[in-house]
Write a protein that binds this ligand. Sequence first.
Ligand SMILES: N[C@@H](CCC(=O)N[C@@H](CS)C(=O)NCC(=O)O)C(=O)O
Length: 237
Amino acid sequence: MITVYTFGPAFGLVDPSPFVTKALMLLKLAGLVYREDTKGFGKAPKGKLPYIDDDGTIVADSTFIRRHIEKKYKFDFDKGLSDEQRGIAWAVEKMCEDHLYWAVVEARWLDDANFERGPATFFKIAPAPIRPVVKMMVRRKVRQNLHGHGLGRHSKEEIAELARRDLDSLAAVLGTKPYLMGNTPCGADATVFAFVTGALCTCFETPIRAAAEAHANLVAYRDRFMQQFFPEAAKAA
Ligand SMILES: N[C@@H](CCC(=O)N[C@@H](CS)C(=O)NCC(=O)O)C(=O)O
């Protein structure tokens, strides 16, 4: 049995982390049975979630989880795609993970109102007297990470513009197809679904959400995935 270490549902999402959501989606696409464990963050081999324990084999990072599934279970997420489509799928995935992701982090963690509505709730487990200090330290670290990446050096307007271009690109690549590359989901759909569902999250007021909501095909894409793969959560929403 595969154990996936996750944060657990939050903000009306399957998981607040798009990378965890991606890993869950990959396992579902491959038809693998798994259980979730929300107590693994302290032991995360790379200090981040997700990671999995597959009968004693520990695999950290959503992309290496994908590689593990491909190798061990001989599952080709991109079966039937041309080399060109595989290339586009990989590029789209990495645009989400290494560009759009940081805009999402900025919007959720550095905007005071969004922070209070969302990430601040993670700190309820900290003892009340030290909670404000812990929150401040973690937010400072997030700011430093954003600065290190580079996106955090831009103005809010510039970040919004870059994120909007990412969402416009996702909508353009998807077009009128049900999934990114056609009638069946491919590997990159796990990532794109995770990011589109996160962008549309109604817990947050962000230009990213407005940009996603402006594309009816992205909203329908999120709904299609939710109904097919997370029907219970879709019903509760
Ligand atoms: N490249 C990693 C990224 C995972 C990642 O960034 N996870 C974040 C949550 S979205 C995390 O665990 N952050 C905790 C931290 O940095 O302390 C993957 O694909 O799994």
